[in-house]
Design a protein around this ligand. Structure first.
Ligand code: NAD
Ligand code: MG
Length: 384
């Protein structure tokens, strides 16, 4: 039995992780679950998967949950303390980090310190604290297994090869719902338009990030840390069919790619059973039905979010944190219909220009850069 814990169990990645557990009950055991505020969903999950510990972010939600499951022997905790308690549970082997945002940094670090394997979906953690996480994982001999589909594809394509033979990473992007649109067209796009992703069904925040190409920017930074690559070695390739999930080019020019239908369950399952593969009941790629796979260069002049991501990555230090925090805040303002679509990259740019970069920030400094960015945006938006 592999014992796993899922942070963000009620979300898109979290529920798909539990679908895999359901299909492999004899091999996977859930020892802990954590979520933000969806108490009813958490109760259902506790009744089905019998974790030892369940955590809700808010104290109120945790109290409510405690009452609902008082007939069960599950321990209920809340807040960061609860997340950290899960991260260091002695019996837990794999921590699936499927929460959104920088809240994942501290539990991920705590779990690595205890030698736990990390199945990492929470890309914001690597974007902002990759310089802390990757060396620590190396020191502790811990595997960081990517759950993000592109990074799983790169990871799968790297199996059996030496890292020194790698020449380039070809990071594919669907282009999102607004591929091919002009800035003028983008300026009038609303929340519903942006949430209509052509290929993938995901959480709301990451769906907006796909529309701005900010998600691809975060993934460039994620790839840089996961695969110890230079930014110049990472080429973003727009591939609207989302069949090639990413590829690597070797020094001899050979390209190895991983293909599949757009279904997050494959990368999640690959991480849970790595280095083995298990059968999966999913739609298969039919090359004859597809007939063609197409590729385009990303349009960074229109989708400036991607350009800003490369800039933040190049500057390094606390700048990726500011990029990420500004984006988080701007996306939530956009989802609340308080700002327009193109104001998302505008706020990211303004925040980056406003910020005084800190080199090699520690966790405190990362969280401070986040808080300062939130405060800066609040002031800018209030002034308008
Ligand atoms: P989601 O919004 O669907 O789910 C987020 C989960 O985190 C929920 O269970 C929520 O309750 C929980 N959560 C939120 N705040 C919390 C807090 N403070 N404490 C504890 N739990 C909290 O998000 P998602 O789409 O599943 O994405 C999760 C992560 O995976 C993100 O970092 C995203 O970028 C990444 N990712 C997602 C996909 C996808 O297909 N959805 C693909 C690649 C990467
Ligand atoms: Mg992805």
């Amino acid at each position: 039995m592999k014992k796993i814990a899922v942070l963000g169990s009620t979300g898109s990645i979290g529920t798909q992780t539990l679908e895999i557990v359901r299909a492999y009950k004899e091999e996977l055991e859930v020892v802990a679950l954590a979520a933000g505020s969806s108490v009813a969903k958490m109760e259902e999950q506790i009744r089905e998967f019998h974790p030892k510990v369940a955590v809700m972010w808010s104290e109120k939600a945790a109290l409510d949950l405690k009452e609902r499951v008082s007939d069960l022997p599950v321990e209920i905790a809340c807040g960061m303390e609860g997340l950290l308690q899960i991260a260091v549970m002695p019996e837990m082997e794999i921590l699936v980090t499927a929460i959104v945002g920088m809240i994942g940094i501290r539990p991920t670090i705590a779990a690595i310190e205890q030698g736990k394997t990390i199945a990492l979906a929470n890309k914001e953690t690597l974007v902002t604290a990759g310089h802390i996480i990757m060396p620590l994982a190396k020191e502790k001999g811990v595997s960081i297994l990517p759950v993000d589909s592109e990074h799983s594809a790169i990871f799968q394509s790297l199996q059996g090869f030496k890292r020194s033979e790698l020449s380039r990473i070809l990071l594919t992007a669907s282009g999102g719902p607004f591929r091919g649109k002009s800035r003028e067209e983008l300026s009038v796009m609303n929340v519903e338009d942006a949430l209509r992703h052509p290929n993938w069904s995901m959480g709301r925040k990451i769906t907006i990030d796909s529309a701005t190409l900010v998600n691809k920017g975060l993934e460039v930074m994620e790839a840089k840390w996961l695969f110890d690559a230079d930014l110049d070695q990472i080429q973003v390739v727009v591939h609207p069919q989302s069949i090639i999930h990413s590829a690597v080019e070797y020094v001899d020019g050979g390209i190895i790619a991983q293909l599949g239908t757009p279904d997050m369950k494959l990368p999640i399952q690959y991480a849970l059973f790595y280095p083995d593969r298990r059968p999966m009941d999913t739609k298969r790629v039919d090359l004859f039905e597809l007939a063609q796979l197409t590729f385009e260069k990303p349009d960074m002049e229109t989708f400036t979010g991607l350009k800003l991501a490369f800039e933040a990555a190049r500057l390094g230090g606390s700048m990726p944190t500011v990029f990420n925090a500004a984006n988080e805040k701007a996306v939530s303002l956009f989802l609340d219909r308080k700002i327009k679509f193109l104001e998302i990259p505008e706020l990211i740019q303004a925040s980056m220009e406003h910020h005084k970069k800190v080199d090699a920030p520690n966790v405190e400094e990362i969280l401070q850069a986040e808080a300062e960015t939130y405060e800066y945006i609040r002031q800018v938006v209030e002034k308008e």
